[in-house]
Design a protein around this ligand. Structure first.
Ligand code: SAH
Ligand code: SF4
Length: 373
């Protein structure tokens, strides 16, 4: 018996590969651009409905290719309009895993916060995702598929106003630890025939994988956010363990290099406000001194709690005073408004349903490998 060949998922396939793929059917490269438009802009997954493609080309595609998106297992909407989707993913060990995607509507813009990994191996002590350990990297299809699904679920009209104006890689996972799949997904977000977002509207947040920051500076100059959370190595070593490998001075050097390649945009430093840990006036002054003179913005994130954490959120007046000290110290500083916390959709609360202890151990081993690479 002959086996039917597996169909190729076109979702997440970079444009040059898609051009080569359609070339195998004798189609010209512009057919790939038409396909991109159908898949991303119009949200179409059925080749039969791609009406400006020749009938036999559509039939050939249906035989050899598919557009497969992750499956939604639950959807929730918060009182403030924030939406969260739980997506089912096959896990690394045949287990079933769930990741999360969040849409945050604001006047004049809509931000989609997407995940890049199932869990995270970097083990930051104040992060729900990190506390779960690591299962596997998401594929490019699973990363861009989150944008595709959110558009479909919100009833996106391709000729109407954009619902998703910004994408942030601030969900579950460390995007730079999954560089290989994150890069093509971001390129499709910015492709004229993909989602056509400008570089300023795609933000990658990293806990500080220094070699990959240099690589990103060359290959895909999106907006960069860096999770700093402490003004000195002693404290950052405890909160963000990757700091033991890439300490603050090395990280900042990479950030200033990124800025140089970026022409006049700033790097955002995220700083989660943890009561009595990193929120004193002395910390604020130390932070201002560290970043002063560079195009740096500080975004203070009130800590979002989750079951089992030992941390508490800094009181609102402590956060305000901290921000004022940064501004007096010559920095731009804002406080992030917490959204969707009644559905556990706020920063650092995403946990999906991941793993068991073996995976956690595997996660930290993989982290050591990733960090050495
Ligand atoms: N791994 C990447 C991106 C995901 S986390 C990174 O660490 O940058 C997005 C942001 O939320 C990061 O700045 C992260 O440090 C912060 N964060 C994590 N847990 C949090 C929590 N419980 N409360 C508030 N912010 C948190
Ligand atoms: Fe991973 Fe980011 Fe959470 Fe740290 S803060 S554990 S890098 S997701």
């Amino acid at each position: 018996m002959t086996e039917t060949p597996r169909r190729t998922n076109l979702l997440g396939m970079p444009r040059p590969e898609l051009e080569a793929f359609v070339g195998e059917f004798g189609a010209k490269p512009f057919r790939a651009r038409q396909l991109l438009k159908w898949i991303y802009r119009r949200g179409q997954s059925d080749f039969a409905r791609m009406t400006d493609l020749a009938k036999d080309f559509r039939a050939a595609l249906a035989e050899r290719a598919e557009v497969t998106v992750p499956e939604i297992v639950a959807a929730r909407t918060a009182a403030d309009g924030t939406r969260k989707w739980l997506l089912r993913m096959p896990g690394a060990t045949g287990s079933e895993q769930v990741i999360e995607t969040v849409f945050i509507p604001e006047p004049g813009r809509g931000t989609l916060c997407i995940s890049s990994q199932i869990g995270c191996a970097l083990d930051c002590s104040f992060c729900a995702t990190g506390q779960q350990g690591f299962n596997r990297n998401l594929t490019a299809a699973e990363i861009i598929g989150q944008v595709w699904l959110a558009n479909r679920e919100m009833g996106h009209d391709p000729d109407g106003e954009r619902l998703i104006t910004n994408v942030v890689l601030m969900g579950m996972g460390e995007p730079l630890a999954n560089y290989r799949n994150v890069l093509p997904a971001m390129q499709l977000m910015m492709d004229d025939f993909g989602y056509d977002l400008s570089r300023r509207r795609v933000t990658l947040s990293t806990s500080g994988l220094v070699p990959q920051i240099y690589r990103l500076a060359e290959e895909c100059n999106v907006a960069l956010a860096v999770s700093l959370h402490a003004p000195n190595d002693r404290l950052r070593d405890q909160l963000v363990p990757i700091n033991r490998r890439h300490p603050i001075a090395e990280l900042l050097e990479a950030c200033w290099h990124y800025l140089e390649r970026q022409n006049g945009r700033s790097v955002t430093f995220e700083y989660t406000m943890l009561d009595g840990v990193n929120d004193t006036p002395a910390h604020a002054r130390e932070l201002a001194k560290l970043l002063r003179g560079h195009d740096a913005k500080v975004n203070l994130i009130p800590f979002n709690t989750f079951p089992g954490t030992k941390y508490r959120r800094s009181p609102a007046e402590v956060i305000r005073r901290f921000r004022d000290l940064l501004v007096q110290g010559g920095l731009m500083a804002t406080v992030r408004r917490t959204r969707g916390d009644d559905i556990d959709a706020a920063c650092g609360q995403l946990r999906g349903q991941v793993m068991d202890r073996t995976q956690v151990r595997l996660g930290s081993r993989l982290m050591r490998l990733a960090v050495r690479a």
